[in-house]
Write a protein that binds this ligand. Sequence first.
Ligand SMILES: CC(=O)N[C@H]1[C@@H](OP(=O)(O)OP(=O)(O)OC[C@H]2O[C@@H](n3ccc(=O)[nH]c3=O)[C@H](O)[C@@H]2O)O[C@H](CO)[C@H](O)[C@@H]1O
Ligand SMILES: [Mn+2]
Length: 339
Amino acid sequence: MGFYQRTKHIFKCILVIPILPCVIYFIPTYVRILIGFIPMDKCQLKSGEMLALDDRVDASLNLLSRYDVSTCTTWKAPIIWEGMFDKDIYDKAHKKKGTSVALTVFAVGRYLDAYLMTFLNSSEHHFMLGLPVTYYVFTDLPEKVPKIKLAPDRNLKVIKVERHFRWQDISMMRMKTVSDFIESDIRHHCTHVFCFDVDQVFTGRFGPEALGNLVALLHAHYYHLPKKLFTYDHNPKSKAYMDAGEGDFYYHAAVFGGSCESVKALTDACYQSIMEDKQNNVEALWHDESHLNKYLWLHKPSRVLSPEYCWDKSISYRKDIRISRLLWAPKYYDVLRTP
Ligand SMILES: CC(=O)N[C@H]1[C@@H](OP(=O)(O)OP(=O)(O)OC[C@H]2O[C@@H](n3ccc(=O)[nH]c3=O)[C@H](O)[C@@H]2O)O[C@H](CO)[C@H](O)[C@@H]1O
Ligand SMILES: [Mn+2]
């Protein structure tokens, strides 16, 4: 190699070194921005009256106010977006009906110190304000649960649970614990129950417009993608198996809820499928989330929440997300998930 070629080669290498990290950084962001331009299916209903009403008050939903997103499902359930509902109508209707809400959250092992305080404090500012709320905090470290100043009519119960060795089991076995607690406690005190991951922060109103008989949430990373790309479980050996072409949406397991009866049925069914998988030595691709998606395909949710209700800030800007009500907190898997 001559002097000229060698110098050229060295220059090329010097140039590539800073360009490479830039390419690696910008390609995912660029792809995420492009994904935001894939249109969602449009709701074919003209007014809230035409929905299969989860609640009389849903007749007041303005399905045409959001031309840019899907505001109903093919089975006539609403998909709730900012701009579609009048918050005062929902607040008043649920107060009048005597709605009361249980919020279940697990903070096991290091997740307690990392997330619980922020989760609960933020919930006191945004979750179902004006309605009676009971927090059910499940933990292996009850003495470490922070003392939170609660508004009147809001309570917190701490329940000790064992710490499963694998994080996958901590996550999956929530189904069994929630089911047992609905039966023994929650259904005697509350009309509705919402189940949350702890690694999130409320940042905006999460009110009674989110309540329904069976409520599921659109996963922030998939709501613009075609079904082919959903990460359902495709292993025929698992009870969570879904065939190509099956499914409606990709739902996120970090938030689901409904009436006590519906959430009990959901958690029971998911737990049974998880246990059958264990007997057959298989584990679904995304654990409880895969089983939840299978269940919600077979039992359609009566209400779907837009990703405003659990947004991941790392997904660049999206014009259709006018407000974020709950945000993903940073993940520290390497530190938090080690036994
Ligand atoms: C993007 C992604 O990776 N998503 C998957 C991941 O969600 P996540 O990464 O959101 O799971 P995660 O680590 O938040 O675990 C789920 C929840 O279980 C509780 N918890 C978990 C572990 C622990 O040691 N202590 C504890 O309290 C806590 O409430 C936590 O929020 O894992 C889930 C459970 O398998 C699902 O499969 C999700 O699809
Ligand atoms: Mn999580």
